[in-house]
Design a protein. Structure first.
Length: 330
């Protein structure tokens, strides 16, 4: 009997040694976003993040990018991300967070930032970090800010002075600050998903829109507008977000490696966003689009016309926060 027990034990050990090591399953991160176009800041940054993770963390983590809203639009993605099952990562524009928090409203105040460098410094400040970290209460974690760039305005007729926008219908993103901005011009704002904008401009559901050069070119908005006016009146930037439940369930070393790659990609790609938008501006011209530039005085008139929006939201956003943001324009 003892002999058989010993034989059995030896056989069991032999089987264990011979068995192939059980490999930990590869972690898949589905990254959903709504833009497209080979020269788009977000499209390229998301692809670069996936490329670096898939090379350096091969066999451990795989990032799959779903651009062009093919997985979820920006409204659905927030709901799905909190659940963390169908999608784990996204990069909605800061104006889309209105659906879950008012903390991002500061970014939509018209003529708040003079340029993307000022935006960059504000985002890197304690205030910018606090806004990103506030998402944690909502089941989402903010990993980084990604730049797109400054917004331009277009419509079915030329926009040179604020009165030119009066009576027109404009597509806006989710934020109520943007709604107020167009109301202030005597226009009618309409919230609408990004993927519906081209059709809505084409069929006259709306008459105009505001967006960055990279979105205006990649979505061909300029083709169905009279022209684009270079107003630089606001920004479209992104928060790269992950499902908190998913992220906190990852092994610490994996999380750390992903955070390192995210920081590297953010640093590399954010520095290129301005050039990419200027390239897209040139592409609009090359494709026969009309661009109208404003004199200093004309631009000042748009800024003055939109200024009451600040008064409307300043108490809620915080006067000190606005002052801090303005401070980076110097
Ligand atoms: C928009 O909806 O106009 C933008 O937020 C799209 C984007 O992600 O740049």
């Amino acid at each position: 009997m003892r002999f058989f027990k010993v034989c059995f034990a030896i056989a069991a050990i032999a089987m264990l040694v011979a068995a192939p090591a059980v490999k930990a399953a590869e972690i898949v991160i589905k990254f959903s976003h709504v833009t497209s176009g080979q020269a788009h800041p977000k499209y390229l940054a998301a692809d670069e993040f996936a490329k670096r993770v898939n090379e350096r963390m091969k066999g451990k983590v795989r990032v799959e990018v779903y651009p062009g809203g093919q997985l979820f639009d920006d409204k659905q993605v927030l709901i799905e991300l909190i659940k963390g099952k169908a999608v784990q990562m996204a990069a909605p524009s800061l104006s889309k967070f209105e659906a879950i928090t008012k903390k991002f409203r500061i970014f939509d105040l018209p003529f708040l930032f003079d340029n993307i460098d000022a935006v960059n410094q504000f985002q890197a400040s304690k205030h910018g970090k606090a806004i990103l970290n506030s998402l944690s209460k909502k089941g989402i974690l903010g990993l980084a800010y990604w730049h797109n760039g400054l917004k331009q305005m277009s419509a079915k007729n030329a926009l040179l002075k604020p009165a030119d926008a009066k009576g027109l219908k404009f597509r806006v993103q989710q934020s109520d600050v943007l709604v107020a901005q167009f109301k202030q011009l005597g226009a009618t704002p309409q919230k609408m998903a990004f993927k519906e904008v081209y059709g809505a401009l084409q069929t006259g559901v709306v008459d105009g829109q505001e967006n960055t050069w990279s979105n205006i070119y990649s979505k061909k908005f300029f083709e169905v507008q009279d022209g684009v006016t270079e107003t630089d009146h606001g920004i479209i930037d992104y928060a790269v977000i992950v499902s908190k439940r998913f992220w906190e369930g990852l092994p610490a070393d994996i999380r750390g490696e992903l955070e390192t790659i995210m920081a590297e990609v953010t640093n590399d790609r954010n520095g290129l966003s301005r050039k990419l938008n200027l390239d897209n501006r040139q592409k609009v011209l090359d494709a026969g689009g009309t661009i109208r530039t404003l004199s200093g005085e004309q631009r000042q008139a748009w800024s003055k016309a939109m200024q009451p929006v600040w008064d409307q939201f300043a108490d809620e956003i915080g006067h000190d926060l606005i002052k801090a943001a303005r401070g980076y324009n110097m």
